[in-house]
Design a protein around this ligand. Structure first.
Ligand code: IPM
Ligand code: MN
Length: 351
């Protein structure tokens, strides 16, 4: 297969972890006879510094003319404490999600048998965890009208959802549940929020079309608690943008490191694949960041092209590295820590 992949490294540790995913993907391509053309493009603070815009048109054109986007991370601390900054790196990511129609963010949480002791949660609680969040990504409070009133002393962010937005995300959830254990949890705050009542009513309306799927409705605060108490109770969870943002960070703790969890953003022909972690600026340029989440995002990319074996080979290489202790400092636990690029080299060589 010939693949054109837009490569958006972004900020902080982004370029370093992306390099490893490229190495590993190239090794997979070589093994299976694929040809990957990487198309680097600017995004985030790096793009603001270069052209004054976090998601320039040129980057959008590169993405639009590619088969998929592999994304590193976005964000720079110089913007975090400057509420008046006219442009922010994160706006680039939001603009890109919207412009590419990526309304469904697939965020799996699973445990690696060799890392069960690395999780801050008790082994017997997390064993067997294999769940997937489907986070709505282009609506809700992230994209509603926002602003200031009363001499800037009052601020508002509107949360808006249409039935159509909920339906398309929920259908993906039902379809995923059908391929898995046929259990779907709709996470909302329907006891308080009108948008949540629309979510619940919409999902209820779809139940008849998927009679085999057992649907539960749970409030987001209760899910936040149960997720770390009994994560293996859950399978597919669907939720709105902000709840999904928060719960997926929480869920990543289960696996033992945030540096392990990949994601896919889908909705149009061009999928975007990225680690769920941020730009980790403290580690930038130090060759210490864990590249596995980005490498596993590349596995999701292959799988999304229908290249299941290719994805599997990457997952097996990651499992082997973890089992043999070829890990970065976040997982080393006093034992030898490998550098970001050494982990990438090891993974590529083992493929
Ligand atoms: C994520 C990130 C982004 C989000 C930020 C960087 C805008 O936290 O992908 O989860 O909130 O969606
Ligand atoms: Mn987040």
């Amino acid at each position: 297969m010939k693949l054109n992949i837009a490569l958006l490294a972004g900020d902080g540790i982004g370029p370093e972890v992306i390099d490893q995913a490229v190495k590993v993907s190239d090794a997979v391509a070589k093994k299976f006879g694929h040809e990957i053309t990487w198309k680097p493009a600017l995004t985030g603070a790096a793009a603001i510094d270069a052209v004054g815009e976090p998601y320039p048109d040129e980057t959008h054109n590169v993405c639009k003319s590619s088969d998929a986007v592999l994304f590193g991370a976005i964000g720079d601390p110089k913007y975090d404490n400057d509420p008046s900054a006219p442009v922010r790196p994160e706006q680039g990511l939001l603009k890109m999600r919207k412009a590419l129609g990526l309304f469904a963010n697939v965020r799996p949480t699973f445990v690696f048998p060799s890392l069960l002791d690395k999780s801050p949660l008790k082994k017997e609680r997390i064993e067997g965890t294999d769940l997937v969040f489907l986070r709505e990504l282009t609506g809700g409070i992230y994209f509603g009208e926002k602003g200031r009133r009363d001499d800037r002393n009052t601020a508002y962010d509107n949360c808006v959802y249409t039935k159509e937005e909920v339906t398309r995300l929920a259908r993906k959830g039902f379809e995923l549940a059908m391929q898995r254990s046929k259990r779907l949890c709709c996470v909302d705050k329907a006891n308080v929020l009108e948008t949540s009542r629309l979510w619940r009513e919409t999902v209820q309306g779809l139940e008849a079309e998927y009679p085999e799927v057992q649907v539960s409705y749970e409030f987001v605060d209760a899910v936040a608690m149960r997720l770390v108490q009994w994560p293996s109770d859950y399978d597919v969870l669907i939720t709105e943008n902000l709840f999904g943002d928060i719960l997926t960070d929480e869920a990543s703790v289960i696996s033992g490191s945030m540096g392990l969890m990949p994601s896919a953003s889908l909705g149009s022909d061009i999928g975007l694949f990225e680690p769920i972690h941020g730009s980790y600026p403290q580690a930038a340029g130090k060759n210490i960041a864990n590249p596995m989440a980005t490498v596993l995002s590349a596995a999701m990319m292959f799988e999304n092209f229908g290249l299941t074996e290719e994805g599997k080979v990457i997952r097996e290489a990651v499992n082997k590295a973890l089992a043999e202790g070829i890990v970065t400092e976040d997982l080393a636990d006093g034992d030898k820590a490998y550098g970001t690029s050494e982990v990438g080299d090891w993974l590529a060589a083992s493929i």
